[in-house]
Design a protein around this ligand. Structure first.
Ligand code: HEM
Length: 559
């Protein structure tokens, strides 16, 4: 009897079967590639490793990669996912941004892991970690805190803190030769935390006391928590899903098991634990005041009742049961506000000083504008909110600085269904050469919205887009917004439902601090350049002295 192997298949049948299998496999692979790579026709950068775009996008040296994206690859660029990852999109197209952030924003939420991270950091779901209806409900409270009228009432508090900065810097340079080198980032970090502390949540960190443990601990925690989280991306989805697990003792055990062997996780947990008790103490003290003495006692409890959170607690206390935010949500929103108002503002202020230090003429013109405005006031009287708002050159410089040097480089979103998005700039297919003026963004696609890159696109802003030219704002008609951003048609503060609520607060803070500093000191640059590297916000380091860490040294002379 012939053996089974000898009789089962002839060589011809084997070959046909093999060819059929190859054809099926190729077709399935192509189909898989098509669904995994639906954007193969869109131009985009070649990834530098087989891991795809991730490293190119997030490396400390990635700033040029972002800024050059529209110039090199167009306003919609394909980010290749590499061997195993899926493709993503990098978007700077004005009409597409408008669609994603405003018109069709319901289908473009933040990824649950990213939004959930803020829930973990703030020990509850505040505005930064919720979407849709819940987000809208919370933003109603938050937005009323940040109206121009409300923020203008914080001006005296801002001045009080800024005077402390002025005194501290004066003491640091007086009696010494002109041009003392001072790390301005250190001082501006203190001013930003103290302003958001006192005006935001009615709490002082004693930020100008060199020995303030409260400042060191809180500042260390708030600046390290996001960089630490970026090293935990593997466990974040688990942390997110355990966050609301009951019973609480089981959740605690799981958290301890996960964090114990991992230093970054332990430090992350310690940072969260350093911040949260501050919010709880402030919150409880305001609630006690309300319970014991109503609004009058509350107003006396913190900074004359003017700080933002005290107002939010009062509004929440008075709200209908159905509208009330639970305690953990109020606490998480305290965290969101303090977090949002910290590094973005201090790094912008530091950047501003490097610009005026390099440009003596601009520095002098700004000083003259401020002196002229002060000359109209009674001696010793400060410029108020509206007066600071109306200084044309200061306003133009702040706008241009926030356009060219947006502290937030990009934000990312994920589509929850297939969405057709219209475009300003057509995409030319790399396969057929045909142009398309709309794009189907498939469900589950990760999209990066390039805020800094859109702010510097030459197609949008003209050939001098990358140059710092405040005059463009002096000539410009405010009505001709170039991008759908909430701040003079720039993307710096985003737009739509997730637009930065602290915009007016941040701009007042910047103008006010700069006005006091410019009237007290003159600024000159140090000889070495300062490089701003990608981090959670941008991180400045002196070239050749990178190991000294983030700093912005500037030469100061008392006027
Ligand atoms: C130059 C200063 C600032 C810049 C450039 C800036 C920029 C931004 C951007 C781009 C977002 C959107 C983030 C996203 O959706 O992923 C945002 C959100 C936010 N910002 Fe700001 N911000 C600044 C200052 C402030 C200040 C001073 C505060 C508070 C006093 C603040 C509070 C917030 C909050 C609470 C959110 C979350 C809003 C939400 O999710 O609904 N920001 N900011």
């Amino acid at each position: 009897m012939p053996s089974l192997t000898e009789t089962s298949v002839s060589p011809l049948v084997t070959a046909v079967c093999a060819l059929t299998c190859v054809a099926i496999a190729t077709s399935s692979f192509k189909k898989w590639m098509r669904t995994r790579k639906p954007y193969a026709f869109i131009p985009g950068p070649e990834p530098s490793t087989m891991a795809g775009y991730i490293l190119d996008l997030h490396s400390p040296d990635a700033l040029d990669f972002h800024l050059n994206m529209p110039e090199k690859h167009g306003h919609i660029a394909r980010l290749k996912g590499g061997l195993v990852g899926s493709d993503a999109l990098y978007i700077t197209d004005p009409v597409a941004l408008n669609s994603i952030l405003i018109k069709q924003q319901a289908w473009f939420p933040e990824s649950t892991e990213f939004a959930g991270l803020f829930g973990i950091i703030h020990c509850g779901d505040g505005v930064a970690s919720v979407q849709g209806r819940e987000h809208k409900k919370q933003r109603k409270y938050i937005d009323t805190l940040f109206t121009a009228n409300r923020v203008s009432k914080l001006t005296p508090m801002f001045y009080k803190v800024t005077r402390q900065l002025q005194a501290k810097l004066t003491a640091a340079v007086s009696g010494k030769p002109p041009g003392q080198v001072v790390d301005m980032l250190n001082y501006l970090t203190r001013v930003a935390l103290e302003i958001i502390g006192t005006a935001g949540i009615g709490h002082s960190f004693n930020s100008f006391d060199d020995k303030s443990a409260a400042f060191d601990e809180f500042h260390g925690a708030i600046t390290s928590v996001l960089p630490l989280a970026s090293r935990l991306f593997l466990v974040l989805p688990f942390l997110q899903s355990w966050r609301k697990m009951k019973p609480v003792w089981l959740r605690r055990i799981l958290a301890s098991i996960t964090t114990f062997p991992w230093p970054a996780a332990r430090k992350f947990k310690a940072a969260v634990n350093a911040m949260h008790p501050i919010y709880i103490n402030v919150y409880n003290s305001r609630l006690r005041a309300l319970e014991e003495g109503g609004s009058v006692a509350l107003a006396e409890a913190a900074a004359g009742g003017n700080d933002l959170i005290t107002s939010m607690i009062q509004a929440n206390w008075e709200a209908d049961e159905t509208d009330k935010m639970p305690d953990d949500v109020v606490l998480a929103n305290m965290g969101s506000i303090v977090h949002g108002g910290q590094e973005t503002t201090s790094s912008s202020l530091a950047r501003f000083l490097t610009i005026v230090a390099e440009d003596h003429d601009l520095q002098q013109r700004l000083r003259e504008e401020l002196r002229a405005a002060k000359a109209l006031k009674a001696p010793g009287e400060d410029l108020n909110f509206n007066e600071l708002e109306r200084l044309p050159l200061l306003d133009a410089v702040v706008r241009e600085m926030l356009r060219v040097y947006s502290p937030v480089t990009f934000v990312w979103r994920q589509t929850t269904k297939d969405v057709m998005v219209p475009l300003t700039y057509p995409i030319r297919s790399t396969i057929t050469g045909e142009e398309t003026t709309e794009l189907l963004i498939k469900q589950g696609t990760t999209i990066y919205l390039g805020l800094s890159a859109a702010n510097r696109s030459t197609a949008i802003w003209g050939p001098d887009a990358a140059e710092f030219k405040p005059e463009r704002w002096l000539k410009r008609n405010q009505a001709e917004a170039k991008l759908p951003g909430a701040y003079s048609g720039t993307m710096t503060f985003l737009s739509g439902a997730k637009v930065c609520p602290g915009k007016t607060f941040a701009i007042l803070e910047m103008k006010l601090v700069l006005s006091v500093l410019l009237l007290t000191f003159s600024f000159e640059p140090i000889s070495a350049p300062i490089d701003w590297k990608m981090g959670i916000t941008l991180e400045p380091r002196v070239r050749g002295r990178e190991e000294e860490g983030v700093q912005v040294p500037v030469r100061l002379t008392l006027l």
